[in-house]
Design a protein around this ligand. Structure first.
Ligand code: SF4
Ligand code: SF4
Length: 114
């Protein structure tokens, strides 16, 4: 069949039932403010790392909640734990602690080097 200069995008589904949400559960239990995140992006806008790379804490928060842990594991090491994001969050989310807890959870589950 001939090509007409365009392609159909691959399906992109989020399977909450089969995704591993244990990292999110670990964080929710220890840092309840994680539930207050409204994904506004204020943290990403002020993020030291985000200003220099494609790192986005907002995206990370969403991926953790979805249980898409492989992508989180790939980028979470870029956070320098400077805490700027915590200062600007309008919902009072302890973002710095969320990153710390996520790193700790990965370390406990698969030996991730903090
Ligand atoms: S600034 Fe706070 S509420 Fe907004 S995305 Fe970041 S953690 Fe969530
Ligand atoms: S603690 Fe991490 S996510 Fe927050 S502003 Fe600093 S580098 Fe960015």
């Amino acid at each position: 069949m001939g090509k007409f200069g365009f392609t159909i995008s691959k399906g992109r589904q989020i399977d909450y039932d089969s995704n591993d949400r244990s990292i999110a559960a670990y964080i929710f239990e220890r840092e309840p403010s994680f539930r207050l995140c409204i994904e506004c992006g204020g943290c990403s806008a002020t993020c030291t790392t985000g200003n220099l790379t494609k790192f986005s804490l907002r995206e990370l928060n969403i991926l953790i909640k979805r249980g898409e842990n492989d992508q989180v594991r790939e980028s979470i090491g870029k956070c320098m734990l400077c805490g700027k994001c915590t200062l600007v969050c309008p919902r009072g989310v302890n973002t710095r602690n969320i990153v710390s807890l996520a790193k700790k959870a990965f370390q406990l589950t698969d030996g991730y080097a903090i």
